[in-house]
Design a protein around this ligand. Structure first.
Ligand code: DAH
Length: 376
């Protein structure tokens, strides 16, 4: 199923991605970044103080994914337009925060959880519906803040900041950083760390002091904790100069052979970067259509995320980008027209006209039958 059905909207293309465990391959850029971060925690807190988990199953309950981390009942991330539902009660986790509560209940107090996360999203060089996150949590005991004579929140926030600034230097070298206030349902205060890298402010991670309600739920109401979450692809793309997120999924030796465990150097200084091999030519297809009218309850089968799912279902990872290039309203008809450009390109070979025409035809058919649009 492709459209907004909360009973199962996981396509084959997405289902196939489960179990690849790119983050567990020592010579893969994602595995390399993961172990560089784990090394940092070993160096800063003492070896094995933080326990690493990297094989928690990505199918979790809606309770774990949303409720356990206090995501409000009406939050958009709960919609079947944004999240992959296996059935009404189970989803492909959309963040590693889904494991916070169960890990705390299991007695873990300092831990890192790395895993694949899934989100229905638009398509371009930096967005893929499967990516990898690392979550970090550290619980404080009462004695820790009492012995220092400080407030628990202040202790947690200050250690969080120093720890993550240190992590940013470990990854990016001597860079300029800034903290930006943020909102997450599971932390208060919440913030994001940005670093100035190659001429741009880049968001590196989100974090904060864990909401007491989560600790209480875990039976740890007399403690305090900090938590953070970061995306591994984002870091690997800027640190190794990887231009397209789909490359992480490639088995092409020209990609895989360029990475090995231990190659990483902070900030990429004196480190071998990814050398792009010649790109194959893209194949562009435009599709123009009238949007369907809203149903009585105001919903519409068409959304950019649903269109992207239709394209992915037909093209797999041969699709590089889907972008809106024109939109206008026909007042007389009372309808809106959209034109999307679909860019097809393989990371591994040249595409033939025949195969792209066949894919495009399937996309057009499914746009009509699954999304209710009228092709122009
Ligand atoms: N779960 C957040 C996301 O996917 C990332 C995050 C932010 C995790 C703040 C945290 C946190 O643990 O404290 O965008």
């Amino acid at each position: 199923m492709i459209t907004g059905d909360a009973n199962n909207n996981v396509t084959d293309h997405i289902f196939e991605k489960i179990g690849h465990n790119l983050h567990k391959r020592p010579d893969h850029p994602l595995g390399i970044i993961k172990s560089v971060i784990e090394d940092y925690f070993d160096e800063s807190f003492g070896k094995d103080t933080f326990t690493s988990f990297d094989d928690l199953y990505p199918v979790v309950t809606t309770f774990a994914n949303f409720d356990s981390v206090l995501v409000p009942p009406d939050h958009v991330s709960r919609s079947a337009n944004d999240t992959y539902y296996v059935d009404a009660e189970n989803v492909l986790r959309c963040h590693t925060s889904a494991h916070q509560l169960e890990m705390l209940k299991d007695g873990a107090t300092k831990f890192l959880v790395t895993g694949d996360v899934y989100r229905r999203d638009s398509i371009d060089a930096t967005h893929f519906p499967v990516f990898h996150q690392m979550e970090g949590v550290r619980v404080f005991e009462k004695e820790e803040w009492e012995s220092k004579g400080v407030e628990a929140v202040d202790l947690a926030r200050d250690e969080l900041r120093t720890t993550l600034e240190g992590l940013a230097r470990h990854l990016f070298g001597d860079v300029e950083m800034r903290w930006v206030d943020a909102y997450f349902p599971f932390t208060e205060p919440s913030m994001e760390l940005e670093i100035f890298f190659k001429g741009e402010w880049l968001e590196v991670l989100g974090c904060g002091v864990m909401e007491m309600q989560i600790l209480e739920e875990a039976g740890l109401g007399d403690k305090r904790a900090w938590a953070f979450g970061l995306g591994l692809e984002r870091l690997a793309m800027v640190l190794f100069d990887v231009p397209d997120i789909r490359l992480f999924w490639s088995d092409d030796k020209r990609f895989t052979k360029q990475f090995e465990a231990g190659m990483f150097k902070a900030g990429g200084v004196d480190m071998r970067k990814f050398k792009p091999y010649s790109k194959y030519p893209p194949c562009l297809k435009d599709v123009s259509f009238w949007l369907p009218e809203n149903a009585e309850d105001g919903t519409n089968l068409f959304s950019e995320n649903n269109l992207c799912e239709v394209v992915r279902d037909a093209a797999g990872s041969l699709v590089e980008e889907v972008k809106l290039i024109d939109e206008f309203e026909n007042k007389k008809k009372g309808l809106t027209s959209n034109c999307f450009r679909i860019v097809y390109r393989s990371m591994e070979r040249s595409l033939t006209d025949e195969e792209i025409n066949a894919i495009q035809e399937k996309v057009r058919e499914n746009m009509v039958s699954k999304l209710g649009v009228e092709l122009r």
